[in-house]
Ligand binder design. Structure first.
Ligand code: PXP
Length: 260
C-alpha cells in the first residue's frame, strides 16, 4: 500500500504567521528518505496555505510523484495543466470550510468535471476524483474517464473517533451524537464493509483506488486491510506527530502501520 504525505499542513503553520517558515519545500527530501511514495498538496482557490510558487517549486523539485489537489475552477485547472504534476485529484471546495468536508457530487457537476478532466488529460496528467464512497459516484468517475478515485474517509474517521476516543479527534465538526457503543460498532463495521465492497467494484470498473482524510495512527489499521485500496493520502496526523518526533520518524511510524 502506497503512502502519499499531504504537506499542506506545513504551509498552514507558516500562514499562521504569514512568514516564510516553515517552508513545505524543505519536506521533500525528508518525505522521500522516509520511504513514502508521493507528495500531496492542495492548491486552494483562496490560497490559504499552499501558494502558486509553492506548487510550482514542489512539482519542479520533488523526486517523488506529486499529487496536486484542486477544484474545477478554470484558473486552477489552467495552473495545474501548466505545472504538470503526476496526478491531479479533483476535490470539492467551499470557502468557509476548515478542511475538505466531503467528496465530490460527481453527477451534479459533470459538465465542469468533464471539461476539467479533458484539459488535464490533454496535459498528460492522470486524474483522480475525491468522492464519498457510493456506487453512483464510482460509476460516474469511470464514465468520466478518471484513472483514480480517492474515497473520502471522513465519515469512517468520525465513527471511529466517536467509538474509541473523543469528538475532538473527528476530522471535522459533526453533531454531538450520544449513540450507544453497539450502534457505533455496527456503524463502523458497515462503513468498512462498504469501503471494501465499493473498492472492489471500482477496481472491476478499471479504476485505481486511493483513500484519505482523517486517517491517523489509530484508525488506519482497518483501512490497510482492504487490499483493493492501493494508496492512502495522509497529512494532519503525520505533521502533528512530526512536531515531537521529527517528520522522518512520523512517516516511518505510519509506514510501519501500513505494512500488510
Ligand atoms: N486526501 C484529500 C483529497 C484531502 O483533501 C486531504 C486533506 O487535505 C487528505 C487526503 C488528507 O487528510 P488529512 O490531512 O486529514 O490526513
Amino acid at each position: 500500500m502506497k503512502l502519499g504525505v499531504n504537506i499542506d499542513h506545513i504551509a498552514v503553520l507558516r500562514e499562521a504567521r504569514r512568514i516564510a517558515d516553515p517552508d513545505p519545500l524543505d519536506a521533500l527530501s525528508i518525505v522521500k528518505r522516509s520511504g513514502a511514495d508521493q507528495i500531496t498538496i492542495h492548491l486552494r482557490e483562496d490560497r490559504r496555505h499552499i501558494h502558486d510558487n509553492d506548487a510550482e517549486n514542489i512539482v519542479r523539485l520533488s523526486a517523488l510523484p506529486v499529487n496536486l489537489e484542486c477544484s474545477t475552477a478554470k484558473e486552477i485547472i489552467d495552473i495545474v495543466s501548466r505545472l504538470k504534476p503526476h496526478r491531479a485529484t479533483i476535490v470539492p471546495e467551499k470557502r468557509e470550510e476548515v478542511t475538505t468536508e466531503g467528496g465530490l457530487a460527481v453527477t451534479g457537476t459533470q459538465t465542469a468535471l468533464k471539461k476539467a478532466i479533458e484539459q488535464l488529460h490533454n496535459a498528460q496528467i492522470e486524474v483522480s476524483l475525491f468522492i464519498d464512497p457510493s456506487l453512483q459516484s464510482i460509476e460516474a468517475a469511470a464514465e468520466l474517464g478518471a484513472e483514480w478515485i480517492e474515497f473520502h474517509t471522513g465519515k469512517y474517521a468520525n465513527i471511529y473517533a466517536m467509538l474509541y476516543s473523543n469528538l475532538r479527534d473527528t476530522p471535522y465538526n459533526i453533531p454531538q451524537l450520544d449513540l450507544p457503543r453497539a450502534t457505533l460498532k455496527k456503524m463502523l463495521h458497515d462503513e468498512l464493509k462498504m469501503l471494501r465492497c465499493l473498492s472492489v467494484d471500482a477496481a472491476k470498473m478499471g479504476l485505481r483506488v486511493a483513500a484519505g482524510h482523517g486517517l491517523n495512527y489509530h484508525n488506519v489499521k482497518e483501512i490497510v486491510e482492504i487490499e483493493t485500496i492501493e494508496e492512502l493520502n495522509i497529512g494532519q496526523c503525520i505533521i502533528a506527530r512530526s512536531i515531537y518526533t521529527g517528520l522522518e520518524q512520523a512517516i516511518l511510524d505510519m509506514r510501519a502501520l501500513m505494512l500488510r
